[in-house]
Design a protein around this ligand. Structure first.
Ligand code: 5GP
Ligand code: MG
Length: 176
């Protein structure tokens, strides 16, 4: 893989910033009466989106971080395991799960189900990107910035073997 090659732009840094601003305003409005909002970043891909989103949401909130790994296995559903759990007690709180991309939906559905067992007031999801063409799990994002076609994308936190996360835009990755 040639790491120095150009990654073509799918969504520019300016478009991302504009959509995050809109999303943040909706979130602040929807949660204005919340008794406590905990925003949970799904590591690692969502960390840049999370950082920009929380700085644009004009209301008090707390943050935490979770890491999940999904195994493909032989079954169509596969399994998702939590590798790093949140430390926050979310009982009675509103939880907003922030993820980079909703693909099959397995990761976010599994995390949502795990968090729902902890007596939160609500669990909602916010994703930067949504690839509905590949959805297998019964989940739709409550908030999303962009719907994209079935392409493998990198940048703005998303990687290919830990590379390209630092790109300020979302680009299209193609094998060379
Ligand atoms: P899901 O459980 O929805 O299938 O998986 C979502 C995870 O798969 C994302 O958090 C991300 O790590 C990875 N993923 C899915 N599509 C892409 C993509 O186009 N680019 C990158 N870099 N990761 C992706
Ligand atoms: Mg991810």
């Amino acid at each position: 893989m040639d790491c120095k090659r150009e990654i073509p732009v799918l969504i520019s840094a300016e478009e991302i910033a504009a959509h995050i601003k809109e999303l943040a305003a909706r979130i602040a409005e929807d949660y204005r009466d919340s008794p406590g909002l905990t925003v949970v970043c799904v590591l690692s891909g969502a960390y840049i989106f999370m950082a920009d989103l929380v700085r644009a949401v004009n209301m008090p909130l707390t943050m935490d971080f979770v890491r999940a790994k999904s195994y493909d296995g032989t079954t169509s559903t596969g399994t998702v395991r939590v590798e790093l759990d949140i430390k926050t007690n979310i009982a009675g709180k509103d939880v907003l799960l922030v993820e980079d991309i909703l693909d099959t939906g397995r990761t976010l559905l599994a995390l949502k189900e795990i968090f729902l067992t902890r007596a939160p007031r609500s669990v909602k999801t916010a994703v930067l990107l949504d690839k509905p063409a590949r959805r297998t799990a019964a989940i739709a994002a409550d908030y999303r910035c962009f719907e994209i076609p079935d392409l493998f994308v990198v940048g703005y936190g998303l990687d290919c073997d830990e590379q390209f996360r630092e790109l300020p835009y979302v680009g299209i990755f193609t094998q060379t």
